[in-house]
Design a protein around this ligand. Structure first.
Ligand code: 13P
Length: 252
């Protein structure tokens, strides 16, 4: 059965001490009341990863970086490679987030390299896709998301594709307090699952965890997660408060 996943994306928030405190609080709460069948992931800044890995029970909580370099190693000042991320004990890499596509010019070509390096290093990509408001208003969101997937992760072999997690995050719902309705989210995730079935077969589609992200919070998580194709969430703002993040985990 495919896994349910609740992953926090802390983005560029918390200093090291605050991040470790947050991770410890999540760790404690998950050990006490966290839904046992939910994979919990903390997507921390690079600087925090090693300390967060040390602060949590990694049998229960996975740690993610929010990016990695598009090159394996070498003279790329300021970059952090997938191999470096792997060496910290992290297990996941968030890739293709709309903020990276929009503010840092990440193209499909760049993302293909990052996905490949992530997989080569035995890390699990949490691969993001999703449309902007003008595309949703024009009603072309399905075509847009299909192209995003076709240009990137649909180039993988079925074996490699089956190792990744997909996150659908409509840009108009990120950090805006405007959540996609549970019908909109379910409709898109079912559409994505159908594309995966067409490309890789029904068995791969059935096993792929597809997450929703965008203003997911303790109030709406329950309704969102009740949908058959929504396998969890990628959580921004609400992952910065242990109590809210735990409430989302327990929405299952
Ligand atoms: P918010 O939950 O703050 O809307 O952010 C979602 C997101 O971008 C997670 O990657």
């Amino acid at each position: 059965m495919r896994k349910k996943v609740v992953a926090g994306n802390w983005k560029c928030n918390t200093n090291l001490q605050e991040g470790v405190e947050l991770a410890k609080a999540v760790n404690e709460a998950v050990a006490k009341d966290g839904a046992k069948d939910v994979v919990v992931v903390l997507g921390t800044p690079f600087t925090h990863i090693t300390s967060v890995v040390d602060a949590v029970d990694t049998n229960r909580i996975g740690v993610a970086s929010q990016n990695c370099a598009a090159e394996a190693k070498g003279a790329y000042t300021g970059e952090v490679s997938a191999a470096m991320v792997k060496s910290t004990g992290a297990e996941y890499v968030i890739l293709g987030h709309s903020e990276r596509r929009e503010y840092y010019g990440e193209t499909s070509e760049i993302l293909n390299k990052k996905v490949a390096l992530t997989l080569e290093n035995g890390l699990t990509p949490i691969y993001c896709c999703g449309e902007a408001l003008d595309i949703r208003e024009a009603g072309t969101q399905n075509d847009f998301v299909k192209t995003q997937l076709e240009e990137t992760v649909f180039n993988l072999s079925a074996e490699d594709f089956s190792k990744i997690i997909i996150a659908y995050e409509p840009i108009w719902a990120i950090g805006t307090g405007v959540t996609a309705s549970s019908e909109q989210a379910q409709e898109m995730l079912a559409f994505i699952r159908g594309l995966i079935a067409d490309k890789f077969g029904a068995a791969v589609a059935e096993e792929t965890s597809i997450l929703y992200g965008g203003s997911c919070n303790p109030k709406n998580a329950n309704e969102l997660f009740a949908n058959p194709d929504i396998d969890g969430g990628l959580i921004g703002g609400a992952s910065l408060k242990a109590e809210d993040f735990l409430a989302i985990i327990n929405a299952y």
